[in-house]
Design a protein around this ligand. Structure first.
Ligand code: NAD
Length: 341
């Protein structure tokens, strides 16, 4: 009798971009009840984010640029996953430079990973009939969002030759590719539009606001905030994001869904909270935003609440404290610049 459904103890899950900020936290959580294959080429990730997982028998790291096709079954180190029999059940596609300083440094890589790299991942999903979740961004909304609460249906104009366009257009193309693969092959795909998320393991050289402000406050330097004192933003903690991604993967929803916090806070208050939590005497200065720095829109998360029963629960003070503790601990650890695996 033919086997229609493999029986196995744990799912095989692929996390592409798993050595980055979000990916490494996702691997931590998934490993509690699954086997995880983490694929990354360390373009913007760091081996320190996953080094604690290397001894876990259910975890394997594959150093691979996903722009090149990936034949998982040819890799001896993945024998334990019995891929030809058990297949792959879920694929999280997180690989992409994310912060303005990294995607402007790697524009071609950003365009290629969200197109050719994503296509390679979708081919794997089609081969194994696995679900695939694509990490997208509110950058797809284009400009004109101002400070309104943006819904998933908003479509704004995009300047395709602006320096940021390598990221914006890459994410827009990525979403279109995912939707068309879904329609053509019937694979179960999901799109998450992730707003401002923060937490431990954010790249310190990425130029992302929260780690930069924390570092400045800890060293008694001026906190430089790009924007006006009265500008409001919203931030949510990485633990909440991981819950959202897993809920979306397990749901019937395909998205796109805004994953964000709806607690608004002024940029000034964010700076003041960081100064206070770091017991710092630093001052805040406000500078005009450089052209490649777009203010992130604010999200309407009604759909995520209704469809996933999800909303962020970690308070900003708690999340910031944890991030500050992590960055302080990291500073005490000296390691070679590029000791990649
Ligand atoms: P990150 O830069 O920390 O992680 C991305 C990872 O992908 C890195 O480890 C990098 O080395 C890897 N990578 C890049 N190109 C690759 C390639 N060609 N092959 C293999 N690996 C490759 O970024 P992050 O903050 O963890 O973001 C993860 C995803 O979520 C990204 O797709 C990003 O666009 C999206 N996102 C994140 C946020 C946020 O607030 N962190 C907001 C919006 C969207």
């Amino acid at each position: 009798m033919p086997i229609t459904k493999a029986i196995f103890d744990k799912k095989n899950i692929l996390v592409i971009g798993g050595a980055g900020f979000v990916g490494s936290h996702l691997c931590d959580e998934l490993l509690k009840s699954n086997k995880v294959i983490c694929v990354d080429n360390f373009l913007t990730g760091d081996n320190v984010n996953i080094s604690h997982l290397l001894q876990n028998p259910d975890f394997r790291f594959i150093n691979h640029n996903i722009i090149e096709p990936l034949d998982l079954e040819s890799l001896a180190e993945l024998e334990y996953f019995r891929l030809s029999f058990q297949g792959v059940q879920e694929i999280y596609f997180l690989a992409s430079p994310t912060s303005p300083s990294t995607y402007i440094k790697y524009p071609i890589e950003t365009l290629l990973v969200n197109s050719v790299g994503l296509r390679n991942a979708l081919d794997l999903a089609a081969k194994y009939q696995s679900k695939l979740l694509f990490a997208s961004s509110p950058a797809v909304y284009g400009s004109g969002t101002g400070q309104m609460l943006i819904k998933e249906t908003y479509v704004g104009p995009v300047d395709n030759l602006n320096p940021r366009a390598c990221y914006v257009e890459a994410k827009r193309f990525g979403e279109t590719l995912v939707m068309n693969y879904h329609q053509k092959t019937g694979i179960d795909t999901k799109i998450a539009r992730i707003f401002n998320c923060y937490g431990s393991r954010m790249g310190l050289k990425d130029g992302r606001m929260i780690p930069e402000l924390i570092q400045a406050a800890r060293h008694g330097q001026e906190l430089v905030i790009y924007g006006k004192e009265t500008d409001v933003a919203s931030y949510f903690f990485v633990e909440d994001l991981i819950r959202a991604l897993i809920k979306l993967m397990h749901s019937e929803e395909s998205g796109p869904l805004n994953i964000a916090s709806e607690w608004k806070i002024s940029l000034k208050e964010v700076g003041e909270k960081i100064i206070s939590l770091c017991n710092s005497q630093s001052k805040i200065i406000f500078n005009d935003r450089p052209t490649n720095f777009a203010a992130q829109p604010l999200a309407d998360i009604t759909l995520a609440k209704e469809k996933l029963g999800w909303f962020p629960i970690v308070l900003l003070d708690e999340g910031l404290k944890e991030t500050i503790d992590y960055l302080s601990a990291q500073e005490g650890i000296r390691r070679p610049e590029s000791a990649n695996l």
